[in-house]
Design a binder for this molecule. Structure first.
Ligand code: ACM
Ligand code: ZN
Length: 566
């Protein structure tokens, strides 16, 4: 009887799993993959989890198993042969190994990062419906394969601006889910700016009572206009901690940015005494570079910054705190007299510091602000990151530069012995148009950054030999002046973030645009299953207005019907 049951079970397994797996379309491409003959059927598979695996990794594996059970519609078998998750103390934190044969899948890693990435690779090797959160008919097999994998760069970031437009906690978590799928490990959260302050600070309640709200928003490119609609929002400290925890469970560190001493009009509106003139100020309804910044001559400004940053560091456990430092003085406004040039208190501070009058004086004063804030942050055991403007003075040891005005800042920083993160606008500004046909795309800030250009970026080009280790990694930035809806947000993000993920993860010789581009069809199906929008400009379908396909087959049909005319 037992034998008959065994035979029947065997037949059932064969009937529910085809021998043919999907093509290997994992992004970012693992660094060492061998595809072998055969498949492993995941429907109702056994699951063994080594008791030596830590709790967080166990939970990440649990989420993978849950997705598998939901999508296949079949419970897994705990403790039985099938998936075998093993603790391997000899592996680096983000390294993993997968060996899939006909009857077993071995997965090895040493901690959370490795297990998260192993599970994400497995998910991308399965039908896209694994991301859908509901039962789906599909060929639920993994191809037999051996994968040894770990990332090229330790810092793999994506930025999100929630000041210009505000994204709910749920939307931010979805953004983190998308980052997780492509093995990014850092969310740079731009939480304060002229157009809205988004962090609850208990010792300064007006920052959110007043500074989180603007009276209106400019219409299109007319900076003097306003739609007259009150706009805003903020995150409570509990909500911020919830996001930090959600990200951490997926191997993602959230780095908060409090942009200072510029981009502070929302804070000045809340506490006008922090500015050089005392105001009044108004939370900005427009985009651009504001002249009004924090006064560098008033001691209460430093008390304010230390109190705010103390609460920020209490919420965010990240090693790095981003202190901004960009665009304190509009470089295009050559005629301008900036408040620091004429403020008696700022001038007194310059005299006290022995700063000589002249065009460099205000940059040296900014340097003083940066150094004081850095000292405070260092005293709490954390390090600063600043935009590359902070490199314009004598920077204290231990600062990390975020190179955004091209690559020169990062290259110079690394040569001087500072760490740098590369986010050059010409490869990594996802608020730029996807291609040259601007009139077909939703209005955005400008520029032209097709996915293929993003992909072509090589972060170590031009870096002084011997200074390469100072390039911690790469990030792309998503500023949201012109982005008002999640549909538009993901259209700008994807698939460019997928290209970014290969720059961050893949060894130089693993990158191949044709292979990557072909893999995007599977990624589009994954994003459809996740309910996340994306751009199809790289398929010749320009613009947000098209109806996204819901799966790879529908996409193929859509592309066939909508072939570009050239
Ligand atoms: C920046 O784009 N202002 C850093
Ligand atoms: Zn001043």
């Amino acid at each position: 009887m037992k034998r008959i049951l065994f035979i029947l079970t065997g037949v059932a397994v064969l009937a529910s799993c085809s021998r043919k797996a999907e093509t290997f379309s994992v992004i970012p491409m693992p660094n060492d993959v061998t595809i072998e003959k055969g498949t492993f059927c995941v429907k109702g598979a056994g699951i063994k989890i080594d008791p030596a695996i830590d709790k967080e990794s166990g939970e990440a594996i649990g989420r993978f198993v849950q997705a598998l059970e939901t999508a296949t519609g079949k419970k897994t078998k705990p403790g039985k042969d099938g998936f075998d998750f093993k603790y391997n103390p000899n592996m680096a934190a983000e390294e993993y190994f997968i060996n899939i044969d006909n009857d077993e899948v071995d997965v090895e890693a040493s901690c959370l990062g490795g297990f998260v990435y192993a599970c994400e690779t497995l998910k991308q090797m399965l039908p896209a419906a694994i991301y859908g959160g509901k039962k789906a008919k599909a060929n639920w097999v993994l191809p037999c394969a051996k994968i040894f994998d770990q990332p090229r760069f330790g810092y793999r970031g994506m930025h999100l601006d929630c000041s210009r437009h505000f994204w709910s906690v749920e939307e931010t978590k979805r953004y983190i889910d998308v980052m997780t799928a492509y093995k990014l490990n850092t969310l740079h959260w731009h939480l304060t700016d002229d157009q809205g302050w988004r962090i609850e600070i208990k010792s300064y309640p007006r920052l959110t009572e007043v500074g989180a709200w603007r009276d209106g928003t400019c219409i299109g490119k007319d900076m003097d206009s306003s739609d007259g609609i009150r706009y805003g929002g903020y995150y409570t400290q509990d909500q911020l901690r919830d996001v930090v925890q959600y990200a951490a469970a997926r191997g993602i560190t959230v780095i908060p940015e409090v942009d200072l001493p510029g981009h502070m009009v929302a804070a000045l509106t809340s506490y006008p005494e922090l500015g050089c003139t005392g105001g009044p100020y108004k939370v900005w309804p427009r985009w651009g570079i504001a002249k009004d910044i924090l006064c560098a001559g008033k001691e209460e400004v430093f008390t304010f910054l230390e109190n705010v940053l103390s609460e920020v560091m209490d919420i965010f456990p990240s090693k790095y705190i981003h202190i901004g430092g960009d665009e304190c003085f509009d470089p295009f406004d050559k005629e301008a007299v900036f408040p620091w040039d004429v403020c008696p208190k700022c001038n007194a501070r310059m005299r006290q510091l022995g700063i000589k009058k002249g065009p460099e004086a205000k940059h040296q004063l900014q340097n003083y602000v940066t150094a004081r804030v850095q000292k405070f942050i260092n005293s709490k055991g954390r390090n600063i990151i600043g935009w590359d403007e902070i490199l314009e003075g004598d920077l204290a040891e231990g600062s990390t530069i975020m190179s955004w005005r091209g690559t020169a800042g990062g290259i110079k920083a690394a040569a001087k012995g500072f760490d740098a993160i590369m986010t050059p606008y010409d490869y990594a500004y996802f608020d730029y148009y996807q291609g040259p046909e601007r009139d077909k795309e939703p209005l955005c800030i400008g520029g032209n950054l097709p996915v293929e250009t993003v992909y072509s970026y090589e972060p170590l080009d031009g870096v002084t030999p011997g200074a390469e280790d100072h390039i911690l990694g790469v990030q792309a930035n998503l500023w949201t002046e012109y982005i008002t809806t999640p549909e538009h947000l993901y259209y700008m993000l994807l698939p460019r973030m997928c290209a970014l993920s290969e720059i961050q993860w893949c060894d130089r010789d693993r990158k191949d645009y044709n292979r990557f581009n072909a893999s995007l069809d599977h990624t589009f199906a994954i994003l459809d299953a996740m309910g996340v929008n994306y751009s199809l400009d790289c398929r010749g379908l320009v613009g947000l207005g098209r109806k996204p396909a819901r799966n790879a087959a529908e996409l193929a049909e859509y592309l066939e019907k909508n072939k570009p005319s050239w």
